[in-house]
Design a protein around this ligand. Structure first.
Ligand SMILES: Cc1cc2nc3c(=O)[nH]c(=O)nc-3n(C[C@H](O)[C@H](O)[C@H](O)COP(=O)(O)OP(=O)(O)OC[C@H]3O[C@@H](n4cnc5c(N)ncnc54)[C@H](O)[C@@H]3O)c2cc1C
Length: 438
């Protein structure tokens, strides 16, 4: 599709909002709280068709990983090519306490800076909502302290346009942290632009269930009964070493310095798997574990780790040089990591993989994407149990309805328009989805 334009991807509900196609600052909010290119005709034609991660003409994750990790000893259909895989956490410093899980992302980013392997790390840190209406954004950190200050997971729309512009403008070597489709976008941009290929030397991937819209923060504010204008800072999962890691707490800091918080399971939309505010493009993604990243990180969502409130990572190392750095740090007792196999990692992401494999197969057949995407999963799912098909159907409905109802709730100021049906839908979804299949 040589004439593919960003507007076509947006119209097909397949724009993830990564900002790879936009000039710096040329991304803005759509009406449901997702970032979209403001001038969707800025790049078009062949260059865009090759670099958009949801373009039918972009190479897939297998092709990128085969080229980047040709000698990887293991190639697994669920978690990709890799050198080594681990479960554990950072032993040294405050990385674990400061991170969302075991602190490994911030540690690897810091180690790359400490060893002089990169001069900057592009990652996501709190932003000033007064400055550009965003609670979080990508920035380039150039010191360990800055990297640590940006730790923790932000389930919020972010985009790469300004950090890519800075990398183009300022010579140096850079690492980029991102969810799987963003890392894919970075590799596609590297393939198209020699300057990015030379300067972006390391990619750090986050496992990903799906991306949320900015409306999740509005919903927190509605449920905690504070005006969104009074919110100064957001934490999606406040850490508490005394409680299981998977008991998320949403936490808002207000402008007057006070705070409000609530456990996710008391929230109308507090079940990650139900898909509230999910970007529709995520329904057509088949990469859970950042298969194209040099190293990828997730949460160890299996016992005994999920009950350990201090947080535990699973880590997949795909690049041999990073594998050596990690091995050396384990030997030096700076990292507490145990080797694990592909089954162990896949098990920690069982729900995400089900949604992106059998669920994707079913969606490709029943709700084909509006552009002819090439996926690594074939349309099918006809033989799934009826209940599973309903789980996928209801998740899709929740994702779409949550965008529309929250838009109406925001426009009218009548929050019950969203909250009442959201609560009802969650009850019904949980009846259908639990217990989870083995
Ligand atoms: C949208 C999203 C969905 C996720 N889904 C899953 C999942 O299904 N399963 C799973 O196991 N893990 C998932 N994760 C990853 C998980 O939340 C942790 O980020 C991961 O385990 C790393 O924890 P850590 O303690 O090592 O990282 P930390 O030391 O806390 O560092 C996190 C790093 O990631 C950066 N960062 C935070 N948010 C973003 C973002 N949106 N985009 C780019 N960089 C960011 C921060 O700036 C920081 O550098 C998801 C993360 C995100 C952002």
């Amino acid at each position: 599709m040589a004439e593919l334009r960003p507007a076509d991807v947006v119209a097909a509900d397949l724009c993830i909002g990564c900002g790879g196609c936009a000039g710096a600052g040329a991304m803005g909010w759509d009406r449901v709280g997702q970032l979209k290119p403001e001038r969707p005709d800025a790049i078009q034609g062949e260059a865009f068709a090759r670099t958009c991660p949801f373009s039918p003409d972009a190479v897939d994750e297998n092709a990128i990983a085969d080229a980047r990790f040709p000698a990887a000893p293991v190639a697994d259909t669920r978690i990709g090519r890799f050198e080594a895989a681990y479960v554990g956490h950072v032993a040294e410093g405050e990385f674990r306490a400061g991170g969302s899980s075991g602190g490994m992302v911030s540690w690897v980013a810091a180690e790359l800076l400490r060893r002089g392997l990169v001069e900057g790390v592009a990652h996501v840190a709190p932003a000033d909502p007064d400055a550009d209406g965003r609670f979080f954004g990508y920035r380039l950190s150039r010191s360990v302290a800055e990297v640590q200050a940006g730790a923790r997971s932000r389930y919020y729309p972010v985009e790469l346009s300004s950090v890519l512009a800075e990398i183009r403008a300022v010579p140096g070597r850079y690492a980029i942290v991102g969810v799987p489709c963003f890392i894919k976008a970075v590799h596609l941009a590297r393939a198209a632009e020699p300057v990015l290929a030379e300067r972006i030397t390391h990619t750090l991937g986050l496992f990903c269930g799906h991306m949320k819209s900015a409306r999740l923060v509005d919903s927190f504010a509605w449920q905690l009964e504070v005006p969104i204008e009074d919110v100064a800072a957001v934490e999606y999962r406040q850490k508490n070493a005394d409680r299981p890691a998977n008991w998320y707490t949403a936490h808002l800091t207000l402008r007057d310095g006070s705070a409000r918080w609530q456990d996710w399971w008391h929230l109308a939309d507090g079940d990650w798997g139900a898909g509230y505010f999910q970007n529709p493009a995520c329904d057509y993604c088949d990469d859970v574990v950042a298969e194209t990243a040099d190293i990828a990180f997730g949460d160890a969502w299996v016992e005994p780790y999920s009950s350990d409130g201090r947080g535990t990572n699973v880590v997949i190392v795909r690049d041999p040089a990073l594998a050596a750095i990690v091995r050396e740090a384990i030997e030096g007792e700076r990292l507490t990591l145990e080797p694990v196999d592909a089954d162990f990692i896949a098990n920690t992401q069982a729900a995400g993989l089900r949604h992106r494999r059998e669920g994707l197969s079913w969606r490709l057949r029943h709700y084909p994407p509006r552009l002819p995407l090439r996926k690594r999963v074939a349309p099918g799912g006809g033989d799934l149990p009826l209940r599973r098909k309903w789980v996928y159907r209801v998740r899709r409905w929740i994702a779409r309805a949550s965008h529309r109802l929250a838009w109406m709730a925001r426009a009218t100021g009548w929050h019950a328009i969203y909250l009442v049906p959201a609560r009802l839908a969650l009850k019904n979804y949980q009846r259908l989805a639990w217990p989870k299949p083995k």
